[in-house]
Design a protein around this ligand. Structure first.
Ligand SMILES: Nc1nc2c(c(=O)[nH]1)N[C@H]1C(S)=C(S)[C@@H](COP(=O)(O)OP(=O)(O)OC[C@H]3O[C@@H](n4cnc5c(=O)[nH]c(N)nc54)[C@H](O)[C@@H]3O)O[C@H]1N2
Ligand SMILES: Nc1nc2c(c(=O)[nH]1)N[C@H]1C(S)=C(S)[C@@H](COP(=O)(O)OP(=O)(O)OC[C@H]3O[C@@H](n4cnc5c(=O)[nH]c(N)nc54)[C@H](O)[C@@H]3O)O[C@H]1N2
Ligand code: SF4
Ligand SMILES: [Mo]
Length: 719
């Protein structure tokens, strides 16, 4: 029997009240979390739109955001806590009360602590604005093993930023409105979108911003560009080394900026002395003359030139160095903290204000080393976010130590990480696998306990402190009462900590009490937060004066030669590793998002499932013809494991001949999500063997090194 009272649904004050009111929230239909305004009438949501008090977004939401009400009214989601009855993944569940489910979780944690100590507990989440909560939860339990999802998102770019600028790549914000030229490496801004960024990009394009778009396939963003380079897959590092060579040779860089703010130029000159435009041509496919013309063009536009360090573009074993070299290119442009360049995201303290008071400061530091070695045996990996495949390898080998319990909170590794079979093998070693989600995820279906979180409209979150040119505090307030027996995350974690006897960390009775704690000393009140949902902590953005510009690196400068990497025994400027061209029926597998779906979480949405594009396989005619594949034919695609799938071929010259392309987010297997079940092919399951194949410096999985085989499907083989 539990001593904690869990019967009370912790609704925010005013929820369900009669009348019409506006509630400020953040969209929850993808992890971008755009600020939004919710109109509630008599306890029901009647309209959602972007938060008009936030100028950058206005009333806009994307198609996924607009499908939020369809998600809310969908019954195909966990409606009560569920406890697994049969073998893992068998789909045999029983409904449970919160008390019972949380007791099962607490028992599993106690068993884990007995076997492995507190460090045997791990949690991964989606990262982003609200991680103070999850980090605090893990820390309060005494474990160092908090992970975000970046091992398969922007972990390489994140760690590359730290190694050279001293802060993660997300510490740069791009001043599209004032730039003359934007260079994108597979950053598909228009389709893989964040509403504010897509709007700023489109406005800048309309204003004459030049765009160079680099991608082995032509995206919608490529169609908006002034120059498109259809590069060979995974070759951007060669391109960058040649760009740097040409920029140095033609002295087209900002000497004053470099002299003052950059170290390691001699090493850079040495590393690129032979990487000429001609040298890169066979590696990337970009004609040397075009590369020279590009450098000439940007020389006249700098510092209003941005090389976007990207997120997803390429995930291979040198992609850390793609981002590092991209960040070097920005430094050479002298565009840091200049209009039309890369602005540094600022904390409130920059403007004489105070940051939100961290929940994590309520619990003592954990001194145990992380299970993935981040920050210890792997000094170049940020211990603040970890590298998730390190958890799975530890599960398989019990090295460097054993793990017994794993929470996947707002994270679906069986969709978002490569090679589900390998992950399931690792998960089978767990005593306890808990999924905290708003729908049936692939990971949820394989877990021991599903704890349904209330949807973003049905709950409040902790406040988010978001750094930027103008830092803000943003709120997700509760709009309506939960439809089912679900709970908000802060409450779920609080209840678990109470059962574990470490309640101090999150011992708040209401979310308002928690918010008041966070707001202490900021000069902002909950009432003010509720007025517009977003409070700006400065009137207008200010640039750091040049004499005060210092980077959080050991030298205070942008470090091309990095101590962190030296300590890790890693080269700062390794030579480019040439890529083999797959031949015959073998292709490099490219994958990406589409504008109307968010990863694997949208395909079951009643509206989005209707408008979702058919998943087709892009293939170049020169490679399709010898295989006997014509446009519209059904092809089979396999990745070396037991998993294979079929889809229609789209024969097109808009893709590099060495690659094929498909959309991510299809091929779901959960029977209770009937609209997504069996639709399409799961690219992550074709990425066989990629869970433990990663970039050693950045830690990210080498997803884009996946080679697949393509052949015409046997007659009747089509789904
Ligand atoms: N093969 C392949 N792999 C990829 C990618 C790819 O394109 N191809 N993309 C990569 C990228 S960029 C990323 S970011 C990752 C994404 O991987 P994930 O982070 O796992 O993906 P998401 O779809 O953001 O959401 C994860 C889970 O959060 C749940 N969720 C949504 N809203 C809420 C909520 O309010 N509360 C709770 N508790 N849960 C919620 C969703 O239902 C979903 O199950 O995948 C990466 N992996
Ligand atoms: N609609 C929608 N929008 C989203 C998301 C979503 O799920 N749906 N997810 C959000 C998230 S979490 C993220 S991280 C971002 C991701 O945003 P992006 O980084 O733009 O990611 P992707 O859509 O995965 O597109 C990656 C592109 O990289 C290209 N590419 C592959 N290999 C190479 C290479 O070697 N070199 C170059 N230059 N390009 C290459 C692919 O062809 C593809 O077009 O999108 C965000 N926005
Ligand atoms: S990008 Fe679209 S789905 Fe994602 S948070 Fe913004 S409006 Fe919602
Ligand atoms: Mo991502």
């Amino acid at each position: 029997m539990s001593s904690a009272s869990t019967t009370l649904a912790p609704n925010v004050r005013g929820v369900g009240a009669p009348g019409r009111r506006k509630v400020y929230s953040m969209c929850g239909m993808c992890a971008v979390r755009c600020p939004m305004e919710v109109t509630v009438e008599n306890g029901r949501v009647t309209w959602i739109q972007g938060n008009p008090h936030d100028e950058a977004i206005g009333a806009s939401l994307c198609a996924k955001g607009a499908a939020g009400l369809a998600f809310e009214s969908d019954d195909q989601r966990p409606q009560t806590p569920l406890i697994r009855m049969g073998p893992r993944g068998s789909g045999q569940w029983r409904r449970a009360s919160w008390d019972e489910a949380l007791d099962v979780v607490a028992d599993g944690l106690k068993e884990t602590i007995e076997a492995f100590g507190p460090r045997g507990i791990a949690l991964s989440d989606r990262g982003g604005f609200f991680t103070d909560l999850t980090r605090t939860f893990v820390k309060a339990l005494g474990s160092p093993n908090y992970f975000n999802h970046d091992a398969s998102c922007n972990g390489n770019a994140h760690n590359a930023g730290r190694s050279i600028y001293g802060f993660p790549s997300a510490g740069l914000v791009f001043d599209y409105a004032n730039t003359k030229h934007l260079v994108l490496y597979g950053r598909n801004i228009v389709e893989s979108l964040m509403v504010k960024e897509a709007k700023a990009f489109m406005a800048a394009v309309a204003n004459g911003m030049r765009v160079t778009y680099i991608d082995p396939r032509a995206t919608v963003t490529a169609c908006k560009a002034t120059r498109y380079w259809r590069v060979r897959p995974n070759s951007d590092y060669a391109l960058n080394l040649a760009l740097i060579h040409e920029i140095l040779k033609t002295e087209s860089y900002d000497k004053v900026f470099v002299e003052r703010f950059v170290t390691g130029m001699d090493a850079l000159r040495e590393a690129v002395k032979d990487t000429t435009p001609e040298w890169q041509e066979p590696h990337t496919g970009v004609p040397a003359a075009e590369l020279r013309a590009f450098v000439k063009e940007i020389a006249g536009q700098a510092p209003r030139v941005i090389f976007h360090p990207g997120w997803m573009s390429a995930r291979h074993k040198q992609s850390f160095h793609v981002t590092r070299s991209t960040l070097i290119l920005n430094a050479l442009m002298g565009n840091i903290e200049t209009p039309g360049g890369c602005l540094i995201a600022k904390p409130p303290e920059f403007y004489g204000r105070k940051s939100l008071k961290p929940l994590a400061s309520r619990v003592p530091a954990v001194t145990e080393p992380r299970v993935d070695g981040a920050g210890t045996s792997r000094p170049s990996w940020d211990p603040g976010i970890g590298v998730l495949h390190g958890l799975f390898s530890a599960l398989e080998t019990a090295q460097p130590y054993g793990i017994g319990a794993y929470f996947a909170y707002r994270h679906d590794p069986l969709t978002g990480m490569p090679d589900a079979e390998a992950m399931k093998r690792a998960m089978d070693k767990l005593k306890l696998l808990v999924s905290i989600d708003v729908r049936y995820s692939e990971t949820g279906w394989y877990s021991d306990v599903i704890l349904p979180e209330s949807t973003y409209l049905e709950r409040a979150n902790i406040l988010a402190g978001i750094p930027g040119p103008v830092p803000v505090i943003a709120m997700r307030d509760q709009a309506i009462a939960p439809r089912f027996d679900s709970r908000p995350a802060w409450w779920i974690f609080r209840e678990i900590l109470r059962r574990m006897g470490v309640k101090e960390a999150l011992d708040f009775e209401t979310i308002e009490e928690l918010w008041n704690y966070q707001l202490e000393g900021t000069g902002v009140t909950v009432a003010e937060m509720r007025e517009e949902g977003v409070v700006r902590l400065a009137d207008a953005p200010k640039l750091t004066p040049r004499e005060k510009l210092r980077f959080p690196t050991p030298s205070g400068k942008i470090e091309i030669e990095s101590e962190v990497l030296a300590k890790a025994g890693l080269p700062c400027l390794p030579p480019y590793e040439p890529k083999e061209a797959p031949a015959g029926d073998r292709f490099t597998l490219l994958f990406a998002k589409t504008a109307t779906l968010a990863h694997g979480q949208s395909l079951n949405n009643p509206i989005l499932s209707e408008i979702a594009p058919e998943q087709v396989l892009w293939i170049h005619p020169d490679r399709a013809r010898p295989l006997g594949i014509g446009d519209g034919d059904t092809v089979e695609i396999s990745g070396g494991g037991s998993y294979a799938g079929t889809m229609k071929a789209r024969v097109t010259t808009w893709i590099h001949p060495e690659a094929v392309f498909m959309l991510h987010g299809y091929g779901a297997t959960v029977p209770l999500a009937t609209r997504a079940l069996g639709v399409g092919v799961a690219d992550q399951r074709l990425q066989h063997g990629k869970l433990y194949d990663f970039d050693p410096a950045g830690g990210g999985c080498a997803l884009t090194e996946t080679v697949v085989r393509i052949r015409p499907a046997a007659a009747g083989g089509a789904r």
